[in-house]
Ligand binder design. Structure first.
Ligand code: MG
Length: 257
């Protein structure tokens, strides 16, 4: 099932090109219907926090110059501010490009990181790995926009990871997906830059969620980014980025000037 958030913040189930409005993210039908091509899509989550995993694919650890012999013993986490959420383009509406990510003046090295994102359905606290996926509302595509130069020089990653619109999310949630059995690709201006099977994650989605829930209560709507594979690289002003995950869809994002 595909869940969309649209227009004034209402939710719906997407079937073909028709949205069947519901009274919540996994709610009951309201009886109202909308054409996908006639609405504005919103980021499909209303989180209290965005929790992100760094270094979750071995080949990405290597490309960042870290020692691949020393695999992380536990997920390395950081947060992105809620100001980073950016709305997706609507694939059924070519005139609607979604939010543009402003290219901040404080950086000279903006990078893309395509990632699988998870949205939480139910409050999650101290949940064992075997039950963790039962708490997931759905899966979607995320672009973890990163000011790589500031990530290396700032004490904390606040500027590097949390400038406005640094987390495009969407275009919708898919509720039934095996998160360790899909393929993630990132394209910049139509050129393939990242391609990885999610079975290559060092920590599975279930392990990540269980780990986080052991010290931080995950609330309904919270977003977890599961790390980026090899192939990260530079974004220029005006670039078009596409994060495509098999079984979900494509998240299109434009970088500002
Ligand atoms: Mg990342």
């Amino acid at each position: 099932m595909k869940l969309v958030r649209f227009e004034a913040g209402q939710w719906g189930v997407l079937e073909g090109e028709t949205i069947h409005e519901t009274d919540g993210p996994a709610g009951n039908p309201t009886g109202r219907h909308f054409d996908l091509g006639g609405v504005t899509l919103l980021a499909p989550a209303t989180p209290t926090k965005i929790v992100c995993v760094g270094r979750n694919y071995l080949d990405h650890i290597k490309e960042m110059g870290h020692d691949a012999q020393e695999l992380p013993k536990e997920p390395g986490l950081f947060l992105k501010g809620l100001n980073t959420l950016a709305h997706p383009a609507n694939p059924a509406r070519p005139d609607h490009s979604g939010d543009v990510v402003p290219y901040p003046s404080f950086t000279n090295l903006l990078h893309y990181e395509g990632e699988l994102a998870v949205v939480i359905e139910r409050r999650m606290r101290n949940v064992p790995e075997a039950e963790a996926l039962d708490y997931v509302l759905g899966y979607t595509c995320a672009l973890d926009v990163t000011a790589r130069d500031k990530q290396k020089t700032d004490l904390q990653w606040v500027r590097a990871k949390s400038a406005d619109k640094f987390c495009p999310l969407g275009p919708w949630l898919v509720t039934s997906l095996d998160p360790q059995n899909t393929v993630l690709r990132t394209y910049v201006n139509g050129e393939l830059r990242q391609e990885a099977h999610t079975s290559q994650m060092i920590f599975s989605v279930a392990q990540i969620l269980s780990y986080i829930s052991g010290f931080m209560t995950l609330e309904p709507g919270d977003v977890v980014l599961t790390g980026t594979p090899e192939g990260v690289g530079e974004l220029k002003r005006g670039d078009h980025v596409e994060v495509a995950i098999e079984g979900i869809g494509d998240l299109h994002t434009r970088i500002g000037h």
